[in-house]
Each structure stands twice: as structure tokens, then as C-alpha cells.
Design a protein around this ligand. Sequence first.
Ligand SMILES: C[S@@+](CC[C@H](N)C(=O)[O-])C[C@H]1O[C@@H](n2cnc3c(N)ncnc32)[C@H](O)[C@@H]1O
Length: 252
Amino acid sequence: MSLFIVCRSTLYQKYLARLAREQQIEILQSVPDLSGYSLVGDDAGLSLVSNRGEHGAIRIDYTEGGLDYRRKFGGGELIRKAVGLKAGYRPRVIDLTAGLGRDAFILAVSGCELTLVERHWLIHALLEDALIRGKRKAQDDDLQLAEILSRMSLRYEDANTTLEGLQPLSADVIYLDPMFPERKKKSAVKKEMQAFQNIVEKGMEVGLLQKAIKKAKKRVVVKRPKSASFLDEKKASFSISNNTLRFDIYLT
Ligand SMILES: C[S@@+](CC[C@H](N)C(=O)[O-])C[C@H]1O[C@@H](n2cnc3c(N)ncnc32)[C@H](O)[C@@H]1O
């Protein structure tokens, strides 16, 4: 995959230059390569744009749009139930496959302390930007959001490394949302998933479940499409589902 870095705001100059240096990517000035993506820093934040226009720009925003709506008007009952949340009990959760941090945000809104782990540098950059931008905006005019975001801490590493260094029982719940199996009809896949399928290496979650079960204090939760097989063919203690999604719960 080729990547074109576009900087339209002075705010992002140093940040993008550092990312490009660390990842050994050239900051191109010419017309973007149509096989790849652009990482764009502008006044709205950092976003990932498909140069072929396969889908809209991907930007994480905790201050407006879908996630803000879910914070204010609810949703996410199934995931809350899956991690075992109940009155007076807010589990400490490690999300080993953070992605765009949507599931983690829903849990942080519900009062859980979250550690988000992401191994892909581009996705980590989008997440890091969203957390910094969100905290900056919230501290001025939205103290409730500031408190929610302060419960989310982000790590840029492979989940295998996180699990190796994790003190047994320090996380109540370990959460896994592996990449869904590729669907044949591209149109049926959401824009974020299309991008993920293009940029993220496949199979990076293999073996995490077994290791997570040894480290979680209470349970490991795995998100799956409703009719998918169990992750790594390991039967869950029980599952809960709605029309499209299933959470497999492994009690430890
Ligand atoms: C389906 S997405 C997760 C979406 C996320 N639950 C959300 O709410 O946005 C899976 C993510 O897991 C990450 N991932 C896969 N294997 C990983 C590993 N071994 N360590 C850390 N992150 C991993 C991928 O890079 C990808 O961003």
C-alpha cells in the first residue's frame, strides 16, 4: 500500500513529519498514487482518505457525530452486558484490538476504565489524534466528556506484547474484536471495514484468545458476526447476540 501525507494545518506539521520519519515514508508533493491512501491533517483533525474515492474520509470524533449521539442518547446495551457491567460494578477492561476505539468509548461512557491497544501505526495515529483533540475540546466546554476520555488510555503495541507484560488479574475483562471475515459483496461492508481490509494485515489476532483467558481476572469477551464460528474454534462459556452481532464470553 502506498501512502500520501497531506498537511493542511500548521497544527499537524510536526506530528506528520515525525510519523513519516518513524515509518520511513516520503512526504510526497505530487498527485497521490491511486492505489493507496492519504493521511490528511487539517483543521477538522487527522483523517484517512482513499485516493480512489472508494469510501469517505475516516476520522474518529468523540465530540460530535455518531459517538457523541450514542453518549448522549444511549445504545450499546449488548456490549455492556457482555463485559458484565452492573450497578456498582465497573470492570477494568483491556481492549486488545482497539481499531477506531468505538467499542472502548461506549464502555468508557458507562464508567469503565479502558486500556486500548492498537498495533497498526496508522490506526493508532487516528486514535491518538482523536483522544488529544477530544480532550482539548472537552476541557473547555464539556467536563463530562473530559472525564470519559480520561478513563481511556492508549498503547501502541502488539497485543501479544501487552499480554506478556500484563500482571495476572490486573484486568477484569479482556476484550477482542477481531477483523470480520471478508464479505464477498464490497457494498455490504462499511467504509471503515473496507479501509481496514485494505491496510491491516490479516491473522494478527490468532492465538490471542488462549493467552487472554490465562490473564483476565473475570472474563474474555470476543465480538463476532452473528453466524460466525467461534474464534480459534474455541467454544465460549455462553454467548449473547442481536440480529447482526454476537458476543462470546469466556469465563476465566
Ligand atoms: C475490527 S478492528 C476493531 C474495531 C474496534 N472494536 C472499534 O470499536 O472500532 C480490529 C483492530 O485490531 C487491530 N489488531 C489486530 N491484531 C492486533 C494485535 N495483535 N495487536 C493489536 N492490535 C491488533 C487491527 O489493527 C484493527 O485495528
